[in-house]
Design a protein around this ligand. Structure first.
Ligand code: PRP
Ligand code: MN
Ligand code: MG
Length: 177
């Protein structure tokens, strides 16, 4: 029995995830033909999605990692977004595709979009595996969207609850939350 089985129920299973990630990869491959793409993976939640997605993008690309945190372990955003790790190279003139696991209130992404736009990239787009419109506090346009979900606290495939459950291999819901 897996370590999480008592705590986590399935929302989106592995097969459904992989099928959607593959389709998004194909779409990105078509849209960025002839361009040098930079994936800006938002730590830590997007890592599983980003690495699976990158495998399905048939283009030369660069990986960058940007750490931001606002939840500080809880289930409610603190509303204060902080950069905890910055990218390793200047972003000016690059075709940036931000990879995120979830747009919930949108506060993290609103901060990030503004922050990256100020670095004058050639283009700036967003891929998010999940969107939770019920809690949106600001409108974020998602260029490549995996799934729209209800107002439930999700874990797994990179998403955590108090830093735990990121390695659950599917998108799950905390039982009793
Ligand atoms: C989570 C999630 C998104 C953000 C979405 O990150 O991974 O980055 O919150 O929430 P929002 O739309 O309400 O801002 P978190 O701050 O928990 O850091 P983590 O990725 O390291 O878990
Ligand atoms: Mn995150
Ligand atoms: Mg988190």
């Amino acid at each position: 029995m897996a370590f999480y089985e008592n705590d986590v129920g399935t929302l989106i299973d592995e097969a459904k995830l992989q099928e959607r990630v593959r389709a998004l990869g194909a779409e990105i491959t078509r849209d960025y033909q002839g361009k040098e793409l930079t994936l800006v993976c938002v730590l830590k939640g997007s890592t599983f999605f980003a690495m699976d997605l990158a495998r399905h993008i048939d283009l030369p690309l660069t990986l960058e990692f940007l750490g931001v945190s606002s939840y500080q372990g809880g289930t409610e955003t603190t509303g204060e977004v902080r950069i905890t790790t910055d990218v390793s190279k200047p972003m000016a003139g690059k075709h940036l595709l931000i990879i995120e696991d979830i747009i919930d209130t949108g506060l993290t992404m609103s901060f990030l979009l503004e922050n990256l736009r100020a670095r004058h990239p050639a283009s700036l787009k967003l891929a998010s595996l999940l969107e939770k419109p019920a809690r949106a506090r600001t409108k974020i346009a998602i260029d490549y969207k995996g799934f729209v979900i209800d107002d439930v606290f999700v874990v797994g495939y990179g998403l955590d609850y108090a830093e735990k459950y990121r390695n659950v291999p599917f998108i799950g819901v905390m039982k009793g939350k």
